[in-house]
Design a protein around this ligand. Structure first.
Ligand SMILES: Cc1cc2nc3c(=O)[nH]c(=O)nc-3n(C[C@H](O)[C@H](O)[C@H](O)COP(=O)(O)OP(=O)(O)OC[C@H]3O[C@@H](n4cnc5c(N)ncnc54)[C@H](O)[C@@H]3O)c2cc1C
Length: 504
């Protein structure tokens, strides 16, 4: 074994020991309801879905399943469309280890590369984050069903019944049932990619969204345009340049590139844990203000592009129109306020829209989900309006609670949670706080639902602790004295160890 493998193997053993030492009481306590396969089904096996499953096991909630459409090891963006070299979250941010420090990315990184290596990095390298997630899933033995798509979640036939979830694997469908569903489907989880209509109507061979699988090698010698100068725009421009593109133009709407990241201010315990406790008015005012602030690119992304002479940053270049030119070798003419730009290929790094109607797995009950615009009139017509109006544990709320009393058993651990939950969501900026809320809400609800059962159980179950009442019929020595002496001997041994110190 290499020293890295040895280090990780030793850490794995330490995690098992820490899990043992910090284990909650052993009973998997939520009773099984007949006809329900899973207590909680989690849609999406990225870091949010995996950590949600772990948080539920810390609450000793049984029968949890995570479902991810990607093959094993490729959940989330880390080995596909996340094209930066490092994460942008501060490396010290507590993450998905919850209360087990040996599970942290820092512990894993130090085990693999050494403590000096951790000191020397500013951010966690992206592919290491992906490797860490693989290890995290394995060391915790999380139940993940890969290569499987959640295509639909159907409302219960009885108000208190389970959801029917249609899964698709290799073209085959099957249906499972679950009492609760946590939706953790990633960056497009509240809608889908946002693409300007002028781009969406172009032939697909001439453009891609930044979240698509892009063949950068095919862009060698080509002229590439990237629309949108957020972090992904810079990363995609850098990939095209590194792949040998003839020229890359990054079209930025703004006249200046923002340099200040408002997210960093939000990464403190009070905000992470208690934004959700603000009033609607406070959340709305804050979200409107912070949502309107520009997000900067990453420093590394800027440097990666600036390394190339064939890179152009076109500021103040909002898209006015775009047209296909040339018949046998089609190209694009991109028109911005400063004129026309010819490119062979365009990457739309234009982010995501919030529109829950675009999510197939929500389609069956979409009309029941209350949005901010249903609950808080001033949000109508703003970017907050289409966000789901969530309860304090990420649960959907119903437009009409009488029509969908079951909706609080469906949870949105995804981007649309921002308005209701602040940074306590799927991103590392506050995921620890979010997971604590999610898991304790699910545990609370499951406990309250089964109150009668627990009380009945308490009345009938005997927890015998004193199994020998020491009765003595008067003949011979008292057996209880001998037993007590035996027990006392163990205590004496412990007392001796305490005074002498542990044996070497
Ligand atoms: C370039 C880039 C850099 C980023 N840097 C950071 C950073 O530094 N820090 C940070 O916190 N975040 C960062 N992010 C955001 C990052 O995407 C999220 O924080 C992270 O991926 C969230 O994890 P998640 O589990 O919610 O979603 P994901 O990691 O996207 O995982 C969701 C999974 O659900 C699967 N899925 C979706 N729908 C279904 C379905 N119906 N059935 C089955 N499976 C489904 C998806 O295929 C995916 O595998 C970055 C993103 C990008 C693109």
């Amino acid at each position: 074994m290499t020293s890295a493998e040895n280090g990780v193997a030793a850490l794995t053993a330490r995690v098992h020991r820490d899990l043992e030492l910090s284990a909650p009481p052993p009973r998997w306590w939520v009773p099984h309801t007949e006809g329900t396969d899973y207590e909680v089904l989690v849609v999406g096996g990225g870091h949010a879905g995996l950590a949600a499953a772990f948080a539920l096991t810390r609450q000793r909630i049984p029968r949890v399943l995570v479902v991810d459409r990607n093959p094993r090891g490729t959940a989330g963006p880390w080995r596909s469309y996340a094209r930066m070299h490092t994460l942008r979250s501060p490396k010290w941010m507590p993450g998905i280890e919850l209360d087990v420090p040996s599970l942290s990315v820092r512990a894993w990184f130090e085990a693999r590369y050494g403590a000096d290596a951790w000191e020397s990095i500013t951010y966690v390298p992206r592919l290491d984050w992906a490797d860490y997630l693989d290890w995290y899933r394995e060391v915790l033995e999380l139940p993940v069903r890969c290569d499987t798509d959640v295509v639909a979640v159907h409302e219960p036939t009885e108000p208190d019944g389970p959801f029917r979830i249609v899964l698709e694997h290799g073209g085959e469908h099957d249906t499972v049932t679950a009492r609760r569903v946590v939706f953790a489907p990633g960056l497009d989880g509240a809608g889908g990619p946002s693409v300007p209509p002028a781009v969406a109507s172009l032939p697909r061979s001439l453009w891609a969204h930044s979240a698509d699988d892009i063949d950068f090698a095919a862009l060698e010698g080509k002229s590439v345009g990237v629309l949108g100068a957020g972090a992904s725009g810079w990363d995609n421009a850098a990939c095209a340049l590194e792949a040998g593109a003839d020229h890359v133009t990054l079209f930025a709407r703004r006249d200046e590139i923002p340099t200040h990241n408002p997210l960093r201010w939000m990464e403190f315990v009070g905000f992470q844990h208690h934004y959700a406790d603000w009033s609607d008015h406070q959340k709305f005012e804050f979200s409107c203000y912070s949502g309107g602030l520009p997000q900067p690119p990453t420093q590394y992304g800027v440097w990666r592009c600036r390394d190339f002479d064939n890179f152009t940053l076109a500021l103040g270049s909002s898209l006015e129109s775009i047209a296909v030119t040339g018949d046998d070798k089609p190209r694009l003419t991109v028109t911005t306020p400063d004129g026309e730009h010819e490119v062979d290929f365009l990457v739309a790094a234009t982010g995501y829209v919030t529109d829950l109607r675009l999510r197939p797995e929500l389609a069956a009950f979409i009309d029941h989900i209350a949005l901010w615009e249903d609950r808080y009139a001033p949000s109508r017509g703003t970017s907050i309006g289409p966000c789901p109006y969530l309860g304090g544990g990420f649960e959907f709320t119903a437009k009409d609670p009488d029509a969908a009393p079951w909706i609080s058993r469906l949870f949105h651990l995804s981007v649309g949670a921002r308005a209701s939950m602040g940074v306590a969501g799927h991103q590392l900026s506050g995921i620890g706080a979010g997971l604590a809320r999610l898991a304790s809400t699910i545990a609370r609800d499951a406990f309250l639902e089964h109150t009668d059962e627990f009380v009945a159980q308490f009345r009938t179950v005997e927890s015998v602790e004193v199994h020998d009442l020491g009765r003595h019929d008067g003949a011979g020595p008292r057996p209880s004295s001998a037993r007590y002496a035996e027990a006392d001997e163990q205590q004496t041994l412990v007392r001796a160890l305490r005074s002498e110190g542990a044996p070497q």
